[in-house]
Design a protein around this ligand. Structure first.
Ligand code: MTE
Ligand code: MO
Length: 249
């Protein structure tokens, strides 16, 4: 089963201080709103066993990951995603560049790798502290392609056929934005967007497009999948979306 990311909060609810909107919206999405009367930690455990149980019956093979021990949730906006491996994976770089390029997985692996260790933060409130990611700096890939002077933004597309994201060119050139091949010191598995996902360390995790297949340099930012549905395009952690639901334990 796939756990769909909840829609953004209702602005009226958002203005009430101290309400755990993220969790409530998540439960609402799963049709478990009635469980909201029990204490939050119990509720969270109940939700996790509900999801884990459901995922056992998942025929897509994306199982045992909901949530896995590390505290991640598994998100996909599509009900199934094709698999890509070293033979079939391709990353295309095109748009406003002098040298459009297609990379294989081995070609990405052969480039210099950068490792970051930061907290992963989903906009709905869950956080996974000190998570290592490793991959190629996006800035290196952009430089290799030769970004044209009229460019102002970068758009990311995915081989799930649905998700998209975008960054301004300045954001995309940050040293902590990676085309990630590894997470937690292992090759990125299919469920977490492998073999290659974007990793935008300073922003909410929805910026980190899984199953990355396309990087297109554009003139202007085009809102991504969740941004067309109400989330902020500038997704700096703690500075946007109004629902940074800090864990209480
Ligand atoms: N292709 C794709 N990328 C995606 C998403 C998605 O649904 N599809 N969800 C986003 C959101 S909202 C989050 S929190 C993270 C979840 O990553 P994970 O499933 O590895 O925990 O992926 C982001 N990237
Ligand atoms: Mo998210």
């Amino acid at each position: 089963m796939n756990s769909e990311h909840p829609p953004p909060p209702d602005p009226d609810e958002q203005s009430e201080p101290g309400r755990p909107i993220g969790r409530r919206v998540l439960l609402g999405t799963l049709g478990l709103g009635a469980l909201g009367v029990v204490g939050a930690p119990t509720l969270q455990r109940g939700l996790e066993s509900f999801l884990a149980g459901a995922s056992d019956k998942d025929p897509t093979g994306l199982t045992g990951l909901l949530p896995n021990g590390g505290g991640f949730r598994y998100y996909s906006v599509t009900s199934s995603v094709p698999r890509r491996n070293a033979d079939t994976y391709r990353l295309t770089v095109d748009g406003l560049v002098d040298r459009p390029t297609t990379y294989t997985l081995d070609e990405l692996r052969a480039l210099p790798q950068t490792r970051t260790v930061r907290d992963v933060q989903c906009v709905t409130g869950w956080r996974v502290p000190h998570t290592p990611f490793e991959g190629v700096r996006l800035s290196r890939i952009l430089d290799a392609a030769g970004v044209r002077p009229t460019a102002g933004a970068v758009r990311f597309t995915c081989f799930d056929g649905a998700y998209s994201e975008s960054l301004t060119l300045a954001q995309a050139r940050r040293a902590d934005v990676l085309v990630a091949l590894r997470m937690r010191d292992e090759d990125l598995g299919h469920a977490h967007g492998g073999p290659v996902r974007l990793y935008v360390a300073p922003m909410y995790f929805y910026k980190s497009a899984k199953w990355l297949s396309g990087i297109t340099v554009t003139e202007d930012v085009e809102p991504g999948y969740w941004e067309e549905r109400g989330y902020d395009v500038d997704a700096w952690v703690g500075r946007s979306n109004g629902r940074d639901d800090e864990p209480t334990s």
